[in-house]
Design a protein around this ligand. Structure first.
Ligand code: HEM
Length: 240
């Protein structure tokens, strides 16, 4: 992890901020969120009879396919735009330690908005790790069944088509439920600023991701101390 993940913006009236999401990560996330929302809105008229008039002119099908291409492009774009961030997201999402297991045992408290006293967490808490696993499984379900319905529909029997549609709809329902939970936590922990600006206040990060903050501090302490003339951006310049 690069030292540039830490940025200090210190001033009389500004609390120290830690860099959590680089610009590429934020734009990729915006693409996931917007393409998924369009997929949901243009998918509803295709399966929900009372809304079928919205699909009558065929535009919703075309927009649905364009959004599907954007949604499928996300993992590739993530690797192209920020290989390090994409790797970290995958590796960290699948590594659980004893604090994660303890966190999961107490997650009811976190669900109610109380992060104080929870077992210390890394950059991702155990709930986020489970969320990412579920997104991966259901995302794969929705993508593969969607490709079957799009590309091979003409070669499938009615029964096979029904199975593909069932997998597609159930995966989408699961993703929508996950999104409702994702937005619930975003609001509960006022996390939208992290995705909007890329930064989180140090005190919030210490409360929710204490091990991540300790890791960042240790990295910073190991940074070679350069003479002032050779130093990069001075504190107060939040760019990377
Ligand atoms: C549509 C509204 C959405 C909002 C408001 C939203 C909000 C957020 C926020 C605030 C974070 C940062 C959480 C933190 O670090 O504390 C985040 C991260 C994340 N969100 Fe969303 N999200 C949305 C849609 C989605 C969708 C549709 C997906 C997947 C299908 C998704 C997957 C993720 C993932 C994987 C991360 C971690 C990103 C990384 O570490 O690079 N989000 N989201």
């Amino acid at each position: 992890m690069s030292d540039t993940r830490i940025a200090e913006v210190e001033g009389a009236d500004r609390e120290e901020q830690l860099l959590r999401y680089r610009p590429a990560q934020r734009y990729i996330h915006l693409l996931v969120a917007s393409s998924f929302t369009v997929l949901f809105l243009t998918g509803l008229p295709l399966i929900f009879e009372p809304l079928s008039f919205l699909a009558a002119n065929g535009w919703s099908r075309i927009i649905h396919r364009i959004a599907a291409v954007a949604f499928m492009a996300v993992p590739f774009l993530y690797f192209l735009a920020d290989r390090q961030g994409a790797k970290e997201l995958i590796v960290e999402s699948f590594q659980y330690d004893k604090d994660d297991r303890r966190w999961l045992l107490h997650m009811g408290k976190y669900f109610l908005g109380q992060a104080e006293g929870m077992p210390p967490q890394g950059r991702l808490n155990a709930g986020q790790k489970l969320h990412h696993l579920a997104v991966l499984i259901l995302g794969a379900g929705v993508v593969f069944s969607g490709l079957v319905l799009w590309i091979w529909a003409g070669q499938l029997t009615d029964v096979q088509l029904s199975w593909a549609a069932l997998v597609h709809n159930i995966s989408m329902l699961g993703l929508v439920l996950l999104l409702i939970g994702h937005i619930y936590f975003t609001v509960l922990y006022k996390a939208i600023n992290a995705m909007h600006t890329g930064y989180v206040p140090r005190t919030d990060a210490e409360l929710e991701h204490a091990k991540w903050v300790a890791e960042m501090d240790a990295l910073k302490a190991r940074e070679p101390k350069l003479p002032p003339a050779e130093q990069g951006p001075t504190p107060g310049s939040p760019e990377r």
